[in-house]
Every structure is written in C-alpha cells, then in structure tokens.
Ligand binder design. Structure first.
Ligand code: HAM
Length: 408
C-alpha cells in the first residue's frame, strides 16, 4: 500500500485508542458535572472568523492556517481552535444570557510536526459566555485542573496571569516596547517584526522569552478593576483548593485574551510542548467578530499531549467478557452475548469459527477481564468462567454470570 497518513497527522488504533476513549468519556462526565452543554460547530469557517478573532499578528493566523478557496470562490479555513467558532455561533443564534458550552474535536494548524505538535490535533474545551464574574474564571480553571488530575496527568501545574484589558494594556505595551527596544540585539527576526506590530507577542516567542526575564509584567500594570478581578480569581481558586503558580510573563499565543490568562503545564513533557492546555478571558472577542459585547472565558486541552504525558500505561480492561465458543454452540453464544450486552456488560465473541486456543488469544489481545466458555456444560445451563488475570476457572450457572463478573 502506497498511502500514508498526511504529515503531522495520526491514526489512533487499539490498544492506544483505549486511552483516548477513556479520556473522551471522562471529558463528557466532567464537563457535564460543571454544567456545560454540548456545542457543535463546523470544522471550517469563513477565514475572517479566525483572522479577526485569533488576530492577524499571531503565529496561528500568519503561518499556520489551512486556508483554501472552495468551489464557490469563498475563502474558508479549517478551524485552528474552537473559541472563535463558539462565539460566532452564539452571536449568530442571537442568543443572550449565559451559554456554557463544551466541545471536543480535531483542530488544524500547519506546524512543523514533532511529538506533541501535530498538524491535526484533538482538543476538548469549554467556553463560558455571558459572565464577567471572577467566579466564572475560577470555575473554568478548576474544571480543567480537576479533569487533568482525574485523567492522571503527572507533574501538573496551573500557571496563571492577568494581562489587563483595553484600559490598562496600552500603557503597559508602551513600557514593554521601550524595554524590548533596549534588548533588540537578542530578538529573533519574527520578534523584531512583532516589536513593531504587537510587542506582547514577543513574550510568547519560545526562542526569545527565556532571554527576557526582566521584561515588565502585565500583572504589575493592571488598572484597579482588572487588579480586583485578578485578586478575586486567585482567592477563589485558593478557596476551591486549586493550586496555581503566578506566571508574570505568560501572555498566550492568541490575541483575544483580556485579564485572566492561564496554562496547564505537565512538567514531565519536554519544554517546548509542555502546555497540555490553556485558556483565559476574552471579553472583546464577540465585538471583534462584529457582534455586541459578550464577555467570555474558557480553555482548551490538547488530548495528543495529555496522552503523551500519560505515557504508555495499560488501560483497565475494555471488555468485561469474551465469549469462547466450543464445538457447535455458536448460535447459543451469539444469543448469550446479546443478553449480556443488553444487561449492560461489555462483551465480544468470535464469529469466525476459530479454535478455542485462538479465541483465548483473541480474548487476551482484546483486553477482556474474563472469558465464558460455551461448551458441553451448556446443556445444564452452565458455562466455564475463566478469570484472565489470575487464570482461575470454575463452572457457573448462567444466573451466576453477573455476580461472577462483579466479583472483587
Ligand atoms: P491554545 O493554547 O492555542 O488555545 O491551544 C490549547 C491547547 O491545545 C494547547 O495547550 C495544546 O495542548 C494543544 N495544542 C495546540 N496546538 C497544538 C498542536 N499543533 N499539536 C498538538 N496540540 C496542540 C486555544 O486553542 C484556545 N482556543 C483556548 C481557549 C478556549 N481560550 C479560551 N477558550
């Protein structure tokens, strides 16, 4: 076969996909626990949605968008992120009030591919629209943190900053500009260019940022309302027992943020790809998209990076039972599988008529916790039940199957 998956994209097959399924199911659970409803938006949008929303001067818009003209001559772009689309959808629906939306799905950025940096990658995220309250920021930060802890991400920390708003930022940016002018000699070409267009982007440059540790920090230049908001976010997080570190030079790579900006960092991942997620407040985004002012705060987590951070652990058994057919009991086995599946168990079986030995091998490969052999004992309403971890086996009646599966 001469075809391969496109550069920077991945196929996810079992057993690796067991981890993905677990993470996606847990995401449905955690986002629902915090009251976020499912939101689905198209995988592509009019290019302007991202150009305006994410910002012309950002790495994402300048270099990474999959933009093409469709057959109707419209410029469309595969979504590089979800926030601009959710806000666009909210405005288009003419909705008011609060929307708490959760999403998950593939995003597309033309990156130089490496581990944890893919051209198609998978995000889960939430957007909390319609609230200015610091409690909304704290709730969002907490949800991402609890989810990542439950997922088992090792070495996790929450880094948090406030980057001010349209009131206080201009004065800060002027001060930053003056500082960066004095450090021109250490800046890369991209940063020199951004120094002219959008100096805060320079702090987001992976190459230059480590040389700019003396740069003035946005959190030290907040106006009174931004400072009060920031303080309330921090105290609420402390009350909620969410540990965080203040990160004075964290600015994030997208232009729409105001006030709160944060990242979830898995310190065990390599420095370049250590952010397993990020987010913040974006009260001006709806207006950038031509709508009314709708405050919002949210985050997105990168599943590819979460899976990397988890390593190649063995997942819990994806199947409760594998049914092994001995002799010519296929019909009975199919019926038994159906009954057990309807009762809520995860069950599979072989329908190819393979040998008992081959079926046991398949049971192991499929990660079944136990096997039921449908053979001679069937005539008395019984099966052989084998624990595939310990190797213990016993003959049990069909009525005992549920209890046997739930044995300690
Ligand atoms: P972002 O920081 O660009 O934010 O992306 C969020 C997460 O997606 C990153 O922390 C990373 O884990 C993952 N990610 C980003 N690019 C890649 C890539 N090329 N390969 C693998 N993983 C990647 C946003 O996208 C914002 N929309 C988050 C947000 C929601 N802010 C407010 N609401």
């Amino acid at each position: 076969m001469s075809f391969r998956a496109p550069k920077g994209t991945d196929d996810v097959l079992p057993p690796a996909s067991h981890t993905w399924r677990r993470l996606l199911l847990a995401w449905e659970d955690w986002s629902a626990r915090y009251g976020y409803d499912l939101v689905l938006t198209p995988l592509f949008e009019a290019t302007e949605v991202f150009a305006r929303g994410v910002g012309e001067g950002t790495e994402v818009v300048e270099k990474q968008m999959y933009t093409f003209e469709d057959k109707g001559g419209r410029s469309v772009t595969l979504r590089p992120e979800g926030t601009a689309s959710v806000v666009r959808a909210f405005l288009e629906a003419g909705a008011g009030g609060i929307l708490k939306g959760a999403y998950s799905g593939p995003m597309f950025r033309y990156e130089r591919p490496q581990a944890g940096r893919r051209r198609q990658f998978y995000q889960v995220g939430v957007e909390y629209l319609g609230s200015r309250a610091a409690a909304a920021d704290a709730e969002v930060v907490e949800l991402g943190y609890r989810y990542l802890v439950a997922a088992g991400v090792p070495g996790l920390s929450v880094e948090l900053n406030s980057i001010g708003d349209r009131q206080c930022r201009p004065a800060y940016v002027r001060k930053l500009g003056t500082y960066l002018e004095s450090r021109r000699d250490v800046l890369c070409d991209d940063s020199l260019r951004r120094l002219e267009t959008n100096p805060m982007r320079v702090l987001d440059c992976k190459v230059c940022a480590p040389k700019l540790v003396e740069a003035p920090s946005p959190a030290d230049h907040l106006c009174a309302p931004c400072a009060a908001h920031h303080e309330e976010v921090l105290t609420t997080l402390t009350e909620l027992e969410v540990p965080y570190e203040e990160a004075p030079r964290l600015v994030r790579g997208l232009d729409y943020y105001e006030r709160t900006a944060f990242e979830y960092v898995a310190t065990d991942l390599g420095a370049a790809q250590d952010a397993v997620g990020g987010g913040g407040r974006y009260d001006g985004l709806a207006e950038l998209l031509g709508g009314k002012r709708v405050p919002g705060v949210g985050f997105a987590l990168g599943l590819d990076r979460i899976v990397l951070a988890l390593g190649v652990e063995k997942e819990p058994n994806p199947l409760d039972l594998y049914i092994v057919v001995a002799g010519d009991r296929r019909k009975e086995a199919v019926r038994l599988a159906s009954d057990l599946r309807r009762s809520g168990l995860r069950v599979d079986l072989d329908v190819e008529g393979r040998s008992v030995k081959a079926q046991f091998r398949a049971a192991d490969r499929r990660g079944a916790a136990g096997a039921l052999v449908v053979g001679d004992e069937w005539a008395d309403g019984r099966v052989v039940a084998k624990d595939l971890t310990s190797g213990d086996q016993e003959v049990i009646s069909l009525e005992e199957v549920q209890a046997w599966v739930r044995r300690p």
